[in-house]
Design a protein around this ligand. Sequence first.
Ligand code: ADE
Length: 288
Amino acid sequence: MYRSVFQPGLFKDQLIIVTGGGSGIGRCTAHELAALGATVALVGRDPDKLARVCGEIAAVGGVAQAWPCNIRDEAAVQALVAAIVAAHGRIDGLVNNAGGQFPAPLKDISLKGWEAVLQTNLTGGFLMARECLNQAMQARGGAVVNIVADMWGGMPNMGHSGAARAGMVNFTETAAFEWAQYGVRVNAVAPGYVASSGMDAYPPSMKQTILAFPQTVPLKRFGTEAEISAAIVFLLSEAAAFITGTTLRVDGGRPNVRPGMPMPALRNPNTPFDGFHLAQTPRVLRED
Ligand code: ADE
């Protein structure tokens, strides 16, 4: 069973959508939410991956359903949210986690590539949130958590993704203001370097760069999927009832490093929290 730090039954009777739920942080969050009593609607493009995660969750006594959908497709998103509302009569939470990008310097990014990344990481999240608001949350409130990235000060070799994620932070702020009247809170979580399957999108040539990432982090390690999930779960929960419009960084302090300021060595270990026994080590961090 998931070793959540949160109270059992916290999300009992709630329907929570997790996009990008077939792997990585989305999969981990779906496991934690289900362990806390939520019915989880897993959204993603690959039905097989969604079905596998639903099976994992069912095997440990949770409830999750697969809802395959391309979040870039407005009509498909509208139909998806209508179908979830028809099936459950409610949407209490949305975790806008689906994302994807490819490493490239700005000068080499085609219009097609740029637009694809913007559509997945910005437009798709907007469409999902807008439909959840209009079709469900407007009537009875809810919480949205947008997953962005550590793109503060720029995101070299990921400029399209950085622009999209920064856009999502600003969308979070506007939606928090506009939707507060409906009892809908909108926040974001900005993960830093996390040991998750998302890392497998990087080419093998980046292995040495990736392995050196922890040296640039004051807490000197990768984060775990469970540490991101815990932040998401907190923002969805009633413990965050007065929090809206914020972006919660979960990054070991990486953006606080200053050029020219030597980084102190760790004196005491900083122990990762891993409540997720099913987490998979990304290829690049495996020994083989
Ligand atoms: N995950 C990554 N890209 C996605 C998309 N376009 N739709 C749904 N899930 C996704």
